[in-house]
Design a protein around this ligand. Structure first.
Ligand code: NDP
Length: 470
């Protein structure tokens, strides 16, 4: 049978995206290394537009040129193995898309080597989990711009729609799509951590019940914080437990895993010399969460905090909302700052407004305020810091005091608030407050003759500090 596109890898994501394409009228050929998985898919999810294949050669033969394939296998070496097999069967002008969470440097390497064979390779970030893949993800393709038109009709048809526009757009050359996906995931880490910190504050400093908390998050979802993550948080807080009394959330272990995309973002930011402290804080928070035994053992050793100050519950929830919103602006400002530096470093010419626009639906960080990010970059495509756009500046200036208040209260109560603390530190460092680097320059000059610069005259200076450590 003839097909129009091939999907290789039919686990949760590949299967869902193949069915999504089939729903949109594309004849899809599917192949999975273990044929059993293909059989199960055909049995459980039969679709008139889906054709199963049990060897790659027949899948390739089922398409007219230029052929199109989407690889949806485990990131890392499996992608290279599939490419090696597939590319040997392809002709010049054919296209391979990698829709997994591949590391952008791998994508750059693969794109370069396939280009030499005349094959177009698109590192394609896909966000939205299983549900997104099945009914409309946010899609971030990067690769050869002239070849993008061959894959655009499929990707744009299956993508989520925000105000009628597809949440899919060409990101830039080689690794740009996977890079944007990586930073998206980094922002997602920070966003989730901030919501967790707001929850901790409300629960342990505010004394709210889960039901009250659910009402608060529901109300927040009507305003400037409106987003998928806030919406599911309200739902989670109401969920009853199947095994014990009360809500499920209270019975879930206080330890969260990570697959690595947040860590990649953090490591990459150091390489670029960009401060994404909130993403790093979110990674560290998960690392600390995993130390369950050590945390338990230290509980009776490290002094706790003095008594909890009484709070006016109504006013407190409002302060947490404002503080959370302020910190959220900082998290996005940091993420987009990293994109800006990467764009220059790798020569990608990223369009930040377009990136924010495709995050508006389908993906995990979908949120109302992404519209405002698009507007900010439409006004000034080279905006150096999102916090300085007039809309976000107002948010920062209106919410900063609340952020400081809730941080003080949280710290007095011994509640760890790493991401919110980083937001406050970033704002203060950004507004020209001294950061102590004069002393650091002096120390470096004192112990290592690294020289220093002055505020009142040009040039490089060295001072004889009269060291006694020679
Ligand atoms: P997995 O990451 O669990 O990978 C399983 C698939 O990879 C199977 O089809 C498996 O085939 C195939 N595979 C593994 N090793 C090889 C190999 N050496 N050669 C050929 N095929 C191989 O699947 P998911 O569907 O969860 O994810 C696919 C990709 O999408 C991953 O990169 C993931 O990070 C990314 N992603 C996942 C999201 C999610 O919510 N799950 C969200 C967004 C992106 P076999 O059955 O033969 O073992």
């Amino acid at each position: 049978q003839k097909t129009e596109i091939g999907v290789i890898g039919l686990a949760v994501m590949g299967r869902s995206i193949a069915l999504n394409m089939a729903d949109h009228g594309f004849k899809v050929g599917g192949y999975n290394r273990s044929g059993k998985v293909t059989d199960e898919m055909v049995k459980e999810y039969p679709h008139e537009n889906f054709v199963p294949f049990y060897d790659m050669k027949s899948l390739v033969a089922s398409q007219e040129r230029p052929r199109r394939f989407l690889i949806m296998v485990k990131a890392g070496n499996p992608v290279d193995m599939v490419i090696e097999q597939l590319a040997s069967l392809l002709d010049e002008g054919d296209m391979i898309l990698d829709g997994g969470n591949s590391y952008f440097e791998d994508t750059r390497r693969r794109e370069k080597s396939l280009k030499a064979q005349g094959i177009y390779y698109f590192g394609t970030g896909v966000s939205g989990g299983e549900h997104g893949a099945r009914f409309g993800p946010s899609i971030m393709p990067g690769g050869d711009e002239s070849a993008y038109r061959h894959i655009a009709p499929v990707l744009e048809a299956i993508a989520a729609k925000a105000k009628g526009e597809p949440c899919c757009a060409y990101m830039g050359p080689d690794g740009a799509g996977h890079y944007v996906k990586m930073v998206h995931n980094g922002i997602e880490y920070a966003d989730m951590q901030l919501i967790a910190e707001a929850y901790l504050l409300l629960k342990y400093a505010g004394g709210y019940t889960n039901e009250e908390l659910a009402d608060i998050f529901e109300a927040w979802n009507e305003g400037e914080l409106k987003s998928y993550l806030i919406e599911i948080t309200a739902r989670i807080l109401r969920e009853a437990d199947d095994y014990a009394q009360g809500e499920l959330l209270d019975h879930i272990l206080d330890s969260a895993g990570q697959k690595g995309t947040g860590r990649w973002t953090s490591l990459e930011s150091l390489r670029q010399g960009v401060n994404v402290s909130m993403i790093t804080a979110a990674c560290n928070a998960r690392i600390m969460s995993n130390r369950i035994e050590e945390r338990k053992a230290a509980q009776s050793l490290i002094n706790g905090s003095p008594n909890r100050p009484a709070v006016d519950k109504g006013a407190f929830a409002d302060k947490v909302r404002k503080g959370l919103y302020t910190a959220k602006i900082v998290a996005y400002a940091q993420g987009f700052d990293l994109l800006r530096h990467a764009s220059a470093e790798y020569g990608w010419d990223l369009n930040y407004g377009r990136i924010a626009a495709i995050f508006r639906a389908g993906c995990i960080i979908q949120a109302q305020f992404l519209d405002e990010i698009t507007k900010a970059f439409d006004k000034d495509s080279e905006l150096s810091n999102l916090m300085l756009d007039s809309y976000f500046l107002e948010g920062i200036n209106q919410g900063k005091e609340s952020l400081q208040n809730i941080l003080c209260l949280g710290i007095q109560n011994g509640i760890p608030l790493p991401a919110m603390s980083q937001a406050e530190a970033y704002i203060d460092a950004s507004r020209g407050m001294p950061v102590g680097a004069n002393l650091i320059q002096a120390q470096r000059d004192c112990f290592g003759a690294h020289t220093y610069e002055r505020t009142d005259r040009e040039g490089i200076f060295h001072h004889d500090w009269g060291q006694d450590n020679e």
